[in-house]
Structure formats: C-alpha cells, structure tokens
Write a new protein. Structure first.
Length: 264
C-alpha cells in the first residue's frame, strides 16, 4: 500500500479540494474551468494532495475528472459515498486515499459525518474493498468517541473529523466544538487511527485546528477556490499553506495558543 507520509515537523499536510472549480464549470456545462488544471497548479503551489468528491448526482466532479486526476496528481484523495456504483469506480481508479462520506441529494454540501454505527458490516465491506486496491481509507465522522471506535472496527486506518460545527459557531459554542475536536484527535490516535480534519476551514479560522495535536492532514476546498477567484489559484493555495505553517510554528512558540483571526 502507498502510505501517506506523516506530517513533517508536525505541520498538517494540506489537501486541496477542487470540487468547486468543477461547480463553476458545471454552471455553464462547458469545459472551463478545468479542475484537473487547478489540481496541477495547486500541487505546484505546495498542496500535499488533491481531494475530490465524486457525488452520486455528479453535481460537480465528473467521472472524466477522477480518471484524469489519478494520472496527473501525486496524491489523490477520492471522497465517495458507500453506495456501490461510486465505490466500484473508486476501486477501479485506485486512488492513493479514499474518504467515505455521507450523502443526501438535497444537501448543499456534506452536512455531517457518516454514522459508522448504522450498517457496520456494509461499512467494513466497503473499507475492505478500497483497502484491497491500495487506498488509505478514512471515514468522515463527527468528533465523537463512538464514531471513532466504529470507524476502527470497520477497518479504517484513518478518520477525517468534521470541522463544520467549529467553523459555523462563535464564542463558547466554538470553544466547545474545538474541545471536541481535540478530544477526538487524541482518542483517535490512541486507538491507532490517523486523524485528518476538514470542512468550512478558512484563512481566518484554520489556525486552532492546525494546532491540534495529532491532526496530520487538513482538507480545504471552498475557501481556497473562493479566494482563488480574487487572487489566482497559485496564490490562494500558497496563502493557506503559509497560514497553516505559521499557525503551527508560531503557535508552538506561544505555548500552544493559536492565532485565530476570528477570536476563538
Ligand atoms: N472534507 C470532506 C470530507 C468534505 O466532504 C469536504 C466538503 O466537500 C471538505 C473536506 C472541504 O470542505 P470545504 O469545501 O468547506 O473546505
């Protein structure tokens, strides 16, 4: 199996999600902008990997995109639901990493983590099939000990913690969400899981999450693509990469306190 390296110097790896480049393309049904081109620019700008979500409704990323990306990028993380048709495509494509996510057709974006306790046998079967083709399999979960245990029991080597509640709240609620993420990262590492995090992270709110001990990858999409429209994809990726680095190195110098642009 191609194992993703751990984060050097404890700085989380940056996975750039290019789904919303495809969203813009699909708005006109043409060929521009191409998420594959954006992925190549992102890697050149210092992204450690490229993430895409092949949704059942194909609202953004298309089959052609994942096939091309597999050939072009150094590290591809393919998000799929546990539904058999997209899992079959994933096993054929053999991504370096696969992340199992919940999907509801009417949702605007992935709204919560996958409930790993619902259909444990089916989940274990999907994890097994993706692991067999060499993918590092993670499951996108809410920061909850029961979910960590169930993900481990399903055979996943990794979890991605859903940071949406942290990103969408302020003040005490945000502190509580951050505490849950810290607890889940520590508990996940303790039972042998690699821990990633993502959803709703921006230049302003990423620092406290980047500083959580044991989180070795952040997957960030919408805010990078939104910023890229103003400053270009290359610069948008560099800015995010630099903010994560400064957060971790500077935060350590400050004794673990993060410099949070939103005052968490
Ligand atoms: N990680 C997972 C598993 C996701 O489903 C998403 C959203 O597609 C992201 C990370 C990125 O979230 P955002 O686009 O809000 O940065």
């Amino acid at each position: 199996m191609l194992v993703t390296p751990f984060a050097p110097l404890g700085i989380p790896r940056l996975g750039v999600n290019v789904d919303h480049v495809a969203t813009l393309r699909e708005a006109r049904g043409g060929v521009d902008p191409d998420p594959v081109a954006a992925a190549v620019v992102a890697e050149a700008a210092g992204a450690d990997g490229i993430t895409v979500h092949l949704r059942e409704d194909r609202r953004h990323i298309q089959d052609r995109d994942v096939r091309l990306l597999r050939g072009f990028v150094r590290h591809m993380n393919l998000e799929v639901a546990t539904e058999s048709k997209v899992v079959a495509i994933a096993t054929e494509i053999r991504p370096h990493a696969a992340c199992l996510v919940p999907e509801r057709r009417e949702e605007v974006t992935t709204e919560g983590g996958l409930d790993c306790t619902l259909e444990p046998e089916r989940l274990a079967d999907v994890v097994g099939r993706l692991s067999e083709v060499g993918a590092q399999v993670s499951i996108f979960i809410d920061p909850d000990v029961r979910q960590l245990q169930a993900a481990r029991e399903a055979g996943a080597s990794c979890v991605e913690l859903h940071t949406g509640r942290y990103a969408d709240t302020h003040g005490a609620a945000r502190e509580a969400a951050l505490a849950d993420l810290r607890m889940a990262a520590a508990a996940g590492r303790e039972i042998g899981l690699r821990v990633h995090a993502g959803h709703g992270l921006t230049l302003r709110n990423v620092a406290p999450v980047a500083l959580i001990d044991g989180v070795d990858e952040l997957n960030i999409g919408h805010s990078i693509v939104a910023r890229a429209i103003l400053v270009g994809f290359d610069q948008a990726v560099r800015e995010m990469r630099d903010v994560i680095r400064v957060a971790v190195l500077g935060g350590r110098a400050l004794g673990g306190r993060a410099m949070d642009g939103e005052g968490a």
